[in-house]
Unconditional design. Sequence first.
Length: 246
Amino acid sequence: MTKPYHVFISYATEDEAYANELARTLQWLGLSVWFAPIALEIGGKLLDSINAGLMASQYGLLLLSPTYVSKKWTSYELDVLHRQHIEEDKKLLPIWHGVDKAQLDSWNPGLSGIVALRSTEGPSAIAKKIANVVYQGCPVVGVDPSYENPQWRFLQGRGELYLNNRDGGAFNVFHAATFPDSAYPIYVYERPHSRRDIVLAVANALYYRSYDELSLMDGDRERMKAICKQHGFDLDAPGFDPAIYG
């Protein structure tokens, strides 16, 4: 991810209860969310904070309601997001919250032409669909535990991630190397990783001995070396160095 936030949530204050539940569910699924009640700090300048969030987010989530279309602040956020959508190809994720196509056509015809979700599906179902877009459809997603950000450590064999949500089972890069083909690609460290990518990470961890000894139990090192060899990374070959593979 080149920006610190996956999603900027634009909503009217009157819809905050729904927006808050959606934001919390997105966070539970591992997404970084700019949501005013979470992101705004006491003493901060409101406009500066909003502008920073708009610029620092990959996607713009629009909670479109009858109140949304009448608010000045939401009109400002929408104006910025729509320009980013046109000029920078920033994706917009509209959610129709008590509005229909005719209402949107009379207010902003450009929005009604973007495929939207309806809030009647519920925040949990919507959050999963949004996460699927952000995670590019990967069946397994490495989600940061709440106490740290171990994405890089995971690829070094030094840490674990949770499987698909913050209550998921913990797994490390050595576990991932043994996952079935249906689990790939794995979304970790802000991009999808193929099995070859993961096995190369294992080869790097073994070659440079960067891994946590607790991550690789006795006897598993030889098994991991065999998996690496199957994918063209023979750690015992003369002159082998995983760095040449990127």
